[in-house]
Design a protein around this ligand. Structure first.
Ligand code: KDG
Length: 315
């Protein structure tokens, strides 16, 4: 069986080293939160499938070719000519700050429907992973998330949601209205500390209350990311905190997805909560320390590499 099924929008990605309005050269790659997670998991040796729609264009072929090359199963993905493959521009501004510019409204991926994603869930995978980006893309993608989460939960497959709020796509109130009803079907919730309120019941007002409310709804693991300050994971039985790994920051984009890949990998391997978090902060650190969303993610053999890097000890 497939270890992890993901779906969502993967775009062509152009990365500029200078302000875009000044011109110059850009590097072409692909980016998408769910496919970043898929690549991270595939590099660690897990069987992963990505489903989504790409345009009938060369960048769509780049998306499919890249995922195939990374060992991600794309047999459920397809070309859809109703819109182009989306485009994301990354512009390095000052310091670690990367400006993101989307050209994705009306993209092929925005036509995603439940019927596109449900076939990937038969037979049920060991995990379904979704993000809060997909339901922000339109009514079809939102219905696809609801249908897939419902179908996986019904089949007994654990569902992981990364809240992944994208303020450019929707406001916090709308996101909360869509994400909160999913909570009772989730096994794992991953959120940064400022995103937890978008999935936890509105009645909870502190982080502790939000975690407790999610656990009371039946969520098995609530994982809170704090960037350079590390991460915490909570179950009904225990709470574990880990520090972030200290690495030189090259590119923060994709760190959250790498974190999820590490966490789910540890979970699939049967590691305890501390072990899952340790792998998550390790894969997150690889993403932070290397350029691109997913290009620098570790293979299983490379996981221990940070332990040997001077200065990259646990904080
Ligand atoms: O998590 C990194 C993503 O932000 C990037 O790959 C693009 O999926 C993306 C999005 O919608 O912002």
């Amino acid at each position: 069986a497939t270890d992890v099924v993901v779906f969502g929008e993967t775009m062509a990605a152009l990365r500029a080293h200078d302000p875009i309005r000044l011109g110059g050269t850009m590097g072409l790659s692909v980016a998408g939160a769910e496919s970043n997670v898929a690549i991270g998991l595939a590099r660690l040796g897990h069987r992963v499938s990505w489903t989504g729609l790409v345009g009938d264009d060369e960048t769509g072929q780049l998306v499919l070719r890249t995922l195939r090359a990374e060992g991600v199963d794309v047999t459920n993905a397809r070309v859809d000519g109703r819109g182009p493959t989306g485009l994301i521009l990354f512009e390095r501004r000052v310091g670690d700050l990367t400006r993101v510019i989307y050209h994705r409204a009306g993209s092929a991926a925005s036509f995603l429907e439940p019927s596109d994603v449900l076939p990937a869930l038969t037979p049920p995978p060991r995990t379904l992973h979704v993000t809060g980006i997909t339901p922000a893309l339109g009514p079809g993608p939102a219905a696809a998330v609801r249908a897939a989460v419902g179908a996986a939960a019904e089949a007994g497959a654990p569902v992981c949601l990364d809240v992944n709020h994208r303020a450019r796509l929707w406001d916090r109130g709308t996101a909360a209205e869509v994400l909160r009803p999913l909570a009772a079907s989730l096994s794992v919730v991953v959120a940064s500390d400022d995103e937890l309120e978008l999935v936890a019941p509105a009645s909870a007002t502190t982080e502790r209350d939000r975690v407790t409310a999610l656990l009371d709804l039946g969520v098995g693991e609530v994982v809170v990311k704090r960037g350079a300050d590390g991460a915490s994971a909570h179950t009904a039985e225990q709470s574990v905190d880990v520090p972030a790994r200290r690495v030189r920051v090259t590119d923060l984009v994709g760190a959250g997805d790498a974190f999820v890949a590490g966490y789910l990998s540890g979970r699939l391997d049967g590691l305890d909560l501390a072990g899952r978090l340790d792998r998550a902060v390790t894969t997150g650190a690889f993403a932070v320390a290397s350029p691109g969303d997913w290009e620098g993610l570790p293979t299983r053999a490379e996981l221990a590499l940070l332990d040997t890097l001077p200065g990259s000890t646990l904080r």
